[in-house]
Design a protein around this ligand. Structure first.
Ligand SMILES: *[C@@H]1O[C@H](CO)[C@@H](O)[C@H](O)[C@H]1NC(C)=O
Length: 534
C-alpha cells in the first residue's frame, strides 16, 4: 500500500518540483482555471467520489445512508426467479444491474484500497471506501448461488430505457439472468472472481471471516469461468446491445488469476498466467484502451508488478513470460504519454490535453489511464527501475504521476470550459446529468408515483437543472475539441457510470497525499501554478 520509504519520497518530491518548474514556460492557463487552482482539493474530490456510490445503491438502504434524496428500491429483485438479488449497484443513469461493469467497478474500488488504503485512511475515508466495496461484494455473494451459477443481470436495457422513473417507483421488468454450465459466461465469472479476490485482500485484516468467504467465491467463480469457457454475450442475449464483450474472456480469466495469485500467493495461479499467456492473448495484445470490457492493460501492469517483486526467485520461463507482459504494459503506458513511435500507437488528445479514445463516455478511458499511470509509478518507485522506457525515450517516475495528475486536474475543472466533470465539485459542474433519480423530484420529498412515460414528460424533458445533485459522479465528459453540452438528452457526455468514478478513488487518494507533501516544501506562490500541466 505504501508509496516507498521516506528517503524515496523526499527525492521524489524534489524531482517532481523540478519537473513542474521545467514545464512552467509551457503552461497555458485558462484564467478561470488559474483562479481555482489554489483551491484544488483532492481530498474533497475523494470524499465526493465515494459518496456517489451511495447514490447508485440498489436495495434496502441502511440507516446511515448519506444521500438524502434516495430511498429503498429494487427490493424484490430476483423474486420471480426464486433468488435473493436485492442490493448491488445501478450502473449509470438507468436501473439495470449489469454484472460485468458492476464487478469491474468493484475490482477498481478494491484495487484503489489495496494500493492507496493508507492515503484513503489518512483522508478519513476508509470506512466509506470499504462500504462501497462491500455493497458490491455482498451482492456478488448472493448472486453466486451455486459453484457454477452466477446471476449476471437484473432488469434489461430495452424495457428500462423505455421508462424515465425513479428507482423507488420502478415498474419495469426485474427479470434476472444467469450464466451456468450450459450457458457459460467467462467474462462475468472472471471479473466477479477478480472483484472478490481483490476485495478479500482489502478485508483480510479488518474482517478475516468475510475475506475468507470472498476468497472461496472467487476461487469457485474462476474455476467455473475457466472450465466452462464461453463468451457471456453469446449466452445472454440481453447484454448484447449494452455491454457486449469485444475483447472476449481472455483478459478476465488472466485478470482473475492475477488477483487470486495476489490474494493467495498460490503458485497455481502464477502457473496459469504463464501457461495461458499466449492462448488468452495476455502477451500478444498491445492496446491503448483500458475499460470494463478490455482489461489487458490492467493484467499486463499487474504482471509487471509481479515481475518487479519476485524477479530473482522466478524460473526462467516465468521471468521471460512476465517480461513479455511487461513490454505490453509499457506499450499501453507509452501510448498514454504520447511516447510510442507511431502515431497510431499513441492515444489522441484534445487540444487542452485530455486523452481521447472515443466520443461516447470518453472519461471512462481517462480515469482508467490515470489510475494505471498512478499505480505504475508506485511500482517503479518500489523497484530499482527509475523510469519507463518508451520508443521515444525514457519517462521519469514524476512525469508519469504528473501526467496522471494533469488528467485528474482536467476532470476537476482545469479545462477550456472551466467545468468540473466531477459532479458537485467546485462552482461549475454539469447540472443536467442524465440520471433518472437525480433529474426527478426526490421520492422523499414527494412520494406520488411517477409513471414510466410521465417521467419523460415531467422530468426528462425539462430544460432546468436536476433537482438533485449526483455528487461525486464522473460524467462522460467533453468531445475531442474540449467542448461539452450540459443537456440531459446528451447522454454521451452527461451520463455518469460507476466505472468512470471508481478508478478516481485511487487517483484522488494518491494525489491528496502528494499535494499534502508538496505544500509543505513549496512557497505558496508556486502552488497554484504547479497544479496545471499541459
Ligand atoms: C485472441 O486474439 C485473437 C486475435 O485477435 C482472437 O481471434 C481470439 O478470439 C482471442 N482469444 C481469446 C481467448 O480472447
Amino acid at each position: 500500500m505504501e508509496g516507498g520509504s521516506e528517503e524515496y519520497r523526499t527525492r521524489n518530491i524534489s524531482r517532481n518540483l523540478h519537473f513542474l518548474f521545467l514545464l512552467f514556460p509551457l503552461l497555458v492557463l485558462h484564467p478561470a482555471a488559474a483562479a481555482r487552482a489554489a483551491s484544488t482539493s483532492y481530498k474533497e474530490a475523494l470524499s465526493k467520489s465515494l459518496l456517489y456510490f451511495e447514490a447508485q445503491r440498489s436495495g434496502r438502504l441502511p440507516y446511515d445512508h448519506r444521500v438524502p434524496w434516495r430511498s429503498h428500491s429494487g427490493i424484490t429483485d430476483g423474486l420471480e426467479q426464486g433468488v435473493d438479488l436485492v442490493g448491488g449497484y445501478y450502473d449509470a443513469g438507468d436501473h439495470v444491474k449489469f454484472g460485468l461493469p458492476m464487478a469491474f467497478t468493484t475490482t477498481m474500488l478494491a484495487w484503489s484500497v489495496v494500493e492507496f488504503g493508507d492515503e484513503i485512511a489518512a483522508a478519513g475515508e476508509l470506512k466509506h471506501a470499504l462500504e462501497a466495496i462491500k455493497w458490491g461484494t455482498d451482492y456478488f455473494i448472493k448472486a453466486h448461488t451455486h459453484p457454477n451459477v452466477l446471476w449476471a443481470q437484473v432488469g434489461d436495457g430495452d424495457t428500462d430505457h423505455y421508462c424515465w422513473q425513479r428507482p423507488e417507483d420502478m415498474t419495469t421488468s426485474r427479470q434476472a439472468y444467469k450464466v451456468d454450465e450450459e450457458h457459460p459466461g467467462s467474462e462475468v465469472a472472471g471479473e466477479t472472481a477478480a472483484a472478490m479476490a481483490a476485495a478479500s485482500m482489502v478485508f483480510k485484516d479488518i474482517n478475516p471471516h468475510y475475506s475468507h468467504i470472498l476468497l472461496l467465491h472467487a476461487q469457485e467463480l474462476f474455476e467455473f469461468g475457466d472450465k466452462f469457457r464461453g463468451k457471456y454475450d453469446d449466452s445472454l442475449e440481453v447484454v448484447r446491445s449494452y455491454y457486449p464483450s469485444t475483447s472476449g474472456y481472455g483478459d478476465e480469466l488472466l485478470w482473475a488469476a492475477l488477483w487470486l495469485h495476489q490474494a493467495t500467493r498460490k503458485e497455481e495461479y502464477l502457473d496459469y498466467l504463464i501457461q495461458n499467456a499466449e492462448e488468452l492473448n495476455g502477451t500478444t495484445w498491445a492496446i491503448s484502451e483500458f475499460s470494463w470490457d478490455i482489461k489487458y492493460a490492467g493484467v499486463q501492469i499487474l504482471a509487471s508488478k509481479l515481475l518487479m517483486e519476485r524477479g530473482s526467485e522466478l524460473e526462467d520461463e516465468q521471468r521471460s513470460t512476465l517480461e513479455q507482459y511487461r513490454s505490453k504494459a509499457e506499450h499501453y503506458l507509452c501510448s498514454c504519454l504520447n511516447m510510442n513511435d507511431d502515431d497510431v500507437d499513441n492515444v489522441d488528445r484534445t487540444p487542452a490535453g485530455l486523452l481521447f479514445i472515443r466520443p461516447w463516455n470518453n472519461m471512462q478511458y481517462v480515469t482508467g489511464a490515470a489510475f494505471l499511470l498512478t499505480v505504475y509509478s508506485g511500482y517503479l518507485a518500489e523497484s530499482d527501475h527509475g523510469a519507463l522506457h518508451c520508443p521515444q525515450g525514457s519517462v521519469g517516475l514524476p512525469e508519469l504521476l504528473s501526467f496522471a495528475k494533469s488528467q485528474a486536474d482536467y476532470i476537476l475543472g482545469f479545462n477550456p470550459e472551466g467545468i468540473s466533470y466531477l459532479v458537485g465539485y467546485g462552482e461549475r459542474y454539469p447540472r443536467r446529468v442524465h440520471h433518472r433519480a437525480a433529474s426527478s423530484v426526490s421520492y422523499k420529498a414527494d412520494k406520488a408515483f411517477i409513471g414510466c412515460a410521465q417521467g419523460y414528460d415531467e422530468w426528462y424533458c425539462r430544460r432546468g437543472e436536476n433537482p438533485n445533485v449526483l455528487v461525486g459522479a464522473v460524467v462522460g465528459g467533453p468531445d475531442e475539441k474540449d467542448e461539452f453540452r450540459d443537456a440531459r438528452g446528451n447522454h454521451m457526455q452527461t451520463e455518469a457510470c460507476t466505472y468512470n468514478t471508481a478508478p478516481m478513488v485511487g487517483v484522488f487518494a494518491k494525489l491528496s497525499e502528494l499535494v499534502g507533501e508538496l505544500v509543505e516544501g513549496t512557497q505558496p506562490a508556486e502552488e497554484g501554478e504547479g497544479f496545471a500541466y499541459k
